[in-house]
Design a protein around this ligand. Structure first.
Ligand code: F6R
Length: 241
């Protein structure tokens, strides 16, 4: 596990985009694992800028997203399908048939999603954000690590954190479909981006804490190719030790 403390959100985004761009140069038909939320938006902006400058070609790239809410229409602007269209897919030359997200239909499609990842040859590089409680994807703190794609009941902390995108916390879906920890650990490389003071404890627990499903990201200590990119605030507790 490698920690890179960048200056700020823009610096984190530029560095994450550089790593992903290098992956696309090395393997034009690579499989990118993608995330939603505030953390990766800057990374997507940087990738779009590289595409617009003629430096990146997504025509052969395949993508698989981490998660989707259950029971939300894909056209709903708050769905992760719509998020990805807005922040990346509609702005680069990714082919629609090459992008994959969990359907959000619940358990029925989870196995099919695992098969789609497997059939694509596995994930070459997985981009992650991290929850304040150490979740990755929607793998919430639990008694056990999950393996494959599964339905998750969101914790009160995650509902509160995601309420900022909805009119109120009441409107946040209570369930999501998420890749499991096994899917994430099977990615050849992982890049986790974390910014802001409210992520500092989760970052420290991930890197320095015991490996436990109570802090799902802590399992990344066992990943052979994992980069954690933080700004000064999210990395600040790593300076004290
Ligand atoms: C999103 C996802 C989540 C987020 C995490 C951080 O696809 O899987 O794990 O990465 O909740 O969210 P932000 O970046 O909004 O702080």
């Amino acid at each position: 596990m490698r920690l890179i403390r960048a200056k700020d959100y823009n610096d984190v985004s530029r560095k994450a985009a550089n790593i992903i761009a290098a992956q696309i140069y090395l393997k034009p038909d690579c499989v990118l694992g993608l995330a939603t939320g505030s953390s990766p938006v800057g990374t997507y902006k940087e990738l779009i800028a590289k595409y617009e400058a003629g430096d990146l070609d997504f025509s052969k790239v395949r993508t698989v997203n981490l998660d989707e809410y259950v029971g939300i229409n894909h056209k709903n602007p708050l769905s992760y399908h719509a998020f990805m269209q807005e922040h990346l897919f509609s702005k680069v030359n990714l082919r629609p048939e090459n992008v994959h997200l969990p359907s959000g239909n619940g358990a029925a499609d989870a196995e099919a999603y695992d098969k789609a990842i497997h059939d694509a040859g596995g994930i070459d590089i997985q981009l992650l954000g991290i929850g304040r409680n150490g979740h990755i994807g929607f793998n919430e703190p639990a008694d056990d690590f999950t393996y494959g794609t599964h339905v998750v009941t969101l914790t009160a902390d995650t509902i509160e954190a995601n309420a900022r995108f909805f009119k109120s916390a009441d409107e946040v879906p209570r369930q999501a479909v998420s890749m499991g920890i096994g899917n994430i650990m099977a990615a050849k490389c992982v890049v986790l981006v974390a910014t802001g003071e409210n992520k500092a404890k989760a970052v420290r627990d991930t890197i320095r804490g015991p490996i436990t499903p109570r802090v799902p990201a802590s399992v990344l200590q066992l990943h052979p190719c994992c980069v954690i990119l933080t700004d000064r605030e999210a990395g600040k507790l790593m300076l004290e030790e």
